[in-house]
Design a protein around this ligand. Structure first.
Ligand code: IFM
Length: 446
């Protein structure tokens, strides 16, 4: 039984999901459409034409899913709130049935002894706001703050900590630059105002939450960037990619400034999106913890075409997950130490808000996932041993779920879901994680 991690007292063990990936019930009880409903209806954009219309039917089956969490012995559960379930048009009229669902969910979690950790935005923007420009429109940041106020008015008495945004890098790049995710825009670097407006929305919401005595986190998908060689050209390409993937989303929040984006050809004011005072609004509220979603490092070489200032290349010597992502656990330690070296005293405590892998096996045996999780926890423990303040670990994901453009093909769950019958079957990794949590508790005498 694994009991070897030396982690701080109070370290929280959790699992994570997101609304569009598990809830289903997309047209029920007054929910309005989100960009993902619209995008999934476009032919050819999602593998095998899958959609999140039913997903894990968690909207109806949440008591069973909470029983699974209780069986794991989780301290915390990270889920996201569907903006268009509570505000069907993104702003204006509130849907009481939508708020009531999250009320029931939070109460049931607390009843099970599990602390809810909600994310306010995990990519499912109300379609009505997208119709006005989505995150390219500055006004969306203000609508996000209103939505944050509404949801925390209702749940803030029972939910102490909140994540504002999930992975604004991925949402901006896949959703607005490349068009492989909703809303399917292909603006390349002209997409970056969407990044700024998400960060502005974060800052505005963070102030409101702090005024209410709530803790605020932001979950970034960060990757250690390694140049393919020590040639000056590969190193310059790696720096350009690091600015885009990592620093663009972390520097404004922790340091109050954007990194130099000139290698990407992006002007300092991000095509006029950055107004006077915006960086203060983003930076001043501060973060109570940085949420870190970690999957893999990225190797970068000098560009081979004029389209981009970098090429992303494989890491052939590493094993790969079913998704084709390289498995390099010690890159997590390197990333954590790099964050400390880069941000120093400006770095808040860290919570790992996602980490996990998809495996090829459809059903219960999932040894590759156990190996992946164990090696990444070793890497995390190593960073703790070197002085990093890490407060918790939420694995992605509790359940197999709708994996965006991959549909139901990439299975990340500790629990297998048969999408035809909705039967849940805990995998070997479920038992492994349960035993790990129990052993850690015993080790810490709680
Ligand atoms: O499923 C996603 C999640 O929505 C965001 N982070 C990465 C996961 C795996 O791709």
């Amino acid at each position: 039984m694994p009991d070897r991690y030396d982690l701080p007292a109070g370290f929280r063990w959790g699992a994570a999901t997101a609304a569009y990936q598990i809830e289903g019930a997309v047209a029920e009880d007054g929910r309005g459409p989100s960009v993902w409903d619209t995008f999934c209806a476009r032919p050819g954009v999602i593998r095998d034409g899958h959609t999140g219309a039913v997903a894990c039917d968690h909207y109806h089956r949440y008591p069973e899913d909470i029983a699974l969490m209780k069986g794991l012995g989780l301290d915390g559960y990270r889920f996201s709130v569907s903006w268009s379930r509570v505000l069907p048009a993104g702003a204006g009229a509130v849907n009481p049935a939508g708020l009531a669902f999250y009320d029931r969910l939070v109460d049931a979690l607390l009843e099970a002894g599990i602390t809810p950790l909600p994310t306010l935005f995990h990519w499912d923007l109300p379609q009505a706001l997208e119709d006005h420009g989505g995150w390219l429109d500055r006004d969306t940041a203000y609508r996000f703050a209103d939505y944050a106020a509404l949801v925390t008015d209702r749940l803030g008495d029972r939910v102490p900590a909140w994540i504002t945004l999930n992975e604004p890098f991925v949402h901006t790049v896949f959703g607005y630059a490349l068009g492989t995710h909703a809303p399917g825009r292909t603006l390349m670097f002209q997409a970056l105002p969407a990044a700024h407006h998400q960060l502005l929305g974060h800052g505005l919401a963070a102030s409101i939450l702090h005024d209410r005595g709530l803790e605020v986190m932001l979950s970034n998908n960060l990757t250690p960037v390694e140049p393919a060689s020590d040639s000056a050209a590969d190193q310059a390409a790696a720096e350009a990619y690091d600015a885009l993937h990592n620093r663009l989303f972390t520097d404004p929040v922790l340091l109050g400034r954007y990194p130099d984006l000139s290698a990407l050809g992006v002007p300092d004011d991000i095509y006029g999106a950055v107004h006077d005072g915006d960086l203060d609004l983003i930076h001043t509220p501060g973060l109570d913890a940085l949420g870190l979603n970690f999957y893999n490092p990225t190797r970068v070489a000098a560009p081979t075409t004029p389209d981009l200032p970098f090429d992303l290349v494989d890491i052939p010597e590493a094993p790969h997950t079913a998704f084709g992502w390289p498995v390099v656990p010690d890159a997590l330690t390197r990333l954590l130490l790099h964050l400390r070296d880069t941000y120093g005293k400006a770095l808040p405590p860290i919570t790992i808000t996602e980490n996990g892998c998809s495996v090829a096996e459809e059903t219960v045996p999932d040894q590759p996932r156990i190996d992946y999780l164990a090696a990444h926890l070793d890497a995390l423990a190593q960073a703790v041993a070197e002085g990093l303040d890490i407060r918790g670990y939420y694995t992605w994901s509790l359940l197999d779920n709708f994996e965006w453009a991959e549909g139901y093909h990439q299975r990340f769950g500790l629990v297998h879901v048969d999408f035809a019958t909705q039967k849940r079957t805990p995998r070997a990794s479920y038992a492994w994680y349960r035993d790990l949590i129990a052993a850690q508790r015993a080790r810490q005498g709680r």
